[in-house]
Design a protein around this ligand. Structure first.
Ligand SMILES: CC(C)(COP(=O)(O)OP(=O)(O)OC[C@H]1O[C@@H](n2cnc3c(N)ncnc32)[C@H](O)[C@@H]1OP(=O)(O)O)[C@@H](O)C(=O)NCCC(=O)NCCS
Length: 278
């Protein structure tokens, strides 16, 4: 039975703020649109699923935004049924508002370009534990390891404005081990993966020794093919996918210079897969 929440309560849960509150309210205050009703059905069918990438029907970004906002109370119920603490629930749902705010930063208007990402949250197995987010999933291609079970944790790094310091990462990994051992003991999770521009094998050499990005990457054993979309690194560091803007992008920090130098040399930084033992 879905939790009953008012529209303002949903937006508070998701930490939707400022100029985004009114348009978000406009989407969910009245009766749902016909397409959102259908999109909600598919979200409901997926709740608790551990697919690496949700396969979802084709609807517009607006329909998915509406459906995801309306679906949040059901994800909340799911978390509570699992016995997840209110603090972890609050931190995890804050990513929804963060992505709505990010859309405004990138496009100057209300929207949710990254609705596919939030559809992963809507599966109900993504949690923010300290600095990092972890999603319990079954990889489409098994990890190149001898043993360790079918399920792993996908590590994600939200842009919080805070650095990715080593002690924070250690703390998060320790929290994840305990959290998933407590709330999902049947999955016997022993490994975590990350797919990121930060794991590009040549990047660390272009960064200072003290770079958190380089140190984070050192934790992982690389595997699989690189993800061949060079615009991803641009998006995460400059919040644009428009390669025609490269000449005008700032070179203020060492990460920015490293990414742009690699573009200039014709070997752009690519998303790379790695795993670690928890
Ligand atoms: C992941 C993240 C927190 C790392 O930041 P960090 O802890 O400061 O990383 P480092 O210590 O390696 O930073 C080294 C340098 O690059 C800068 N830097 C790091 N990430 C940057 C970013 N996204 N944009 C601009 N500059 C960045 C730092 O300010 C520092 O500058 P300096 O050497 O000139 O003083 C940050 O890159 C971030 O928030 N990224 C967005 C989210 C993301 O990419 N997630 C992964 C998605 S796959």
């Amino acid at each position: 039975m879905p939790a009953t929440m008012t529209a303002p309560e949903i937006l508070e849960l998701l930490d939707v703020r400022d100029s985004d509150v009114a348009p978000a309210m406009g989407l969910i205050a009245g009766a749902p649109s016909r397409d959102a009703v259908h999109a909600l059905v598919s979200l409901r069918q997926r709740l608790g699923s551990m697919d690496e990438k949700p396969q979802l029907p084709e609807y517009s970004e607006t329909t998915w935004t509406e459906a995801l906002l309306r679906f949040a109370p059901e994800v909340l119920d799911h978390h509570r049924e699992l016995g997840v603490s209110e603090a972890v629930i609050r931190d995890s749902f804050a990513d929804w508002g963060r992505h709505i705010a990010l859309h405004r930063r990138v496009h100057g208007a209300f929207g949710l370009e990254t609705w596919r990402w939030l559809a992963m949250h809507a599966q109900g197995t993504m949690f923010q534990l300290g600095r990092l987010q972890f999603m319990l999933y079954r990889p489409e291609t098994p990890l190149p390891i001898q043993a360790g079970g079918d399920f792993v944790l996908g590590i994600h790094i939200p842009e919080t404005g805070k650095p990715l310091d080593e002690s924070g990462v250690d703390h998060s990994l320790a929290l994840a081990k305990t959290f998933f051992g407590t709330h999902f003991p049947q999955y016997n999770v022993q490994h975590a993966t990350c797919v990121s521009w930060m794991l590009d094998p040549g990047l660390a050499a272009d960064l200072p020794d003290a770079s958190n990005v380089a140190r984070f990457a050192q934790r992982f054993t690389l595997f699989g093919e690189s993800q061949m979309n060079p615009a991803d690194a641009l998006y995460f560091v400059f919040r644009t996918r428009d390669v025609s803007r490269i000449a005008g992008l700032p070179r203020t920090s060492s990460v920015q210079r490293a990414i742009l130098d690699r573009y200039d040399s014709g070997t752009p930084v690519l998303g790379t897969c790695g795993y670690l033992v928890l």
